[in-house]
Design a protein around this ligand. Structure first.
Ligand code: CA2
Length: 148
């Protein structure tokens, strides 16, 4: 099983600033724990981060025929990007959306996600653990689908 992990804008700053909101783990820490959890399940990850909307769209498109699903933290593009939403619909792969913070407990402009209703599910508010929970949900879903 292959999964694309996509980190959106500014997530390369994790652990460097705003630890009170996003925790003290760096993106590298998160990626290492994802790699370890994925290896335990026999899942191969391709992990990418970009600050650019079009690059994220390209990565989603490139997952078609290459990966079985996408784990994505779209960052602030969650709340703005019809392009990311359209790319997800276009490839038709199962997607789990994750956020470290509880977007519903923050500013009202973060309460709406363009991704949520085209994703298999959304996990938020568990800090860096949101990614691990998301990986588990996505891998379980893909595993069950390939059984049946
Ligand atoms: O909670 C999340 O994971 C978010 O996707 C993070 C985004 C935010 O725009 C979403 O509403 C919720 C922001 C990521 C920015 O990450 C930073 C990390 C350290 C310092 C500054 C920004």
């Amino acid at each position: 099983m292959k999964i694309l992990v996509l980190h959106g804008p500014n997530l390369n700053m994790l652990g460097v600033r705003e630890p009170e909101v996003y925790g003290s783990d760096t993106l590298e820490d998160i990626n290492l724990s994802l790699e370890s959890a994925a290896a335990d399940r026999g899942v191969a990850l391709r992990i990418r981060q970009s600050n650019h909307e079009g690059v994220l769209v390209d990565e989603i498109q490139q997952a078609l025929g290459r990966e079985d699903g996408i784990l994505i933290n779209p960052g602030a593009y969650t709340h703005t990007s019809i392009a990311l939403r359209d790319a997800i619909v276009a490839v038709g792969l199962p997607v789990v959306e994750v956020h470290m913070s509880d977007i519903y407990a923050r500013e009202s402009f973060r309460h709406h996600s363009y991704i949520e209703d085209v994703a298999l599910g959304q996990i938020c508010g568990h800090g860096s653990r949101s990614y691990l929970l998301g990986l588990e949900a996505l891998a379980d879903h893909i595993g069950k689908r390939s059984e049946g």
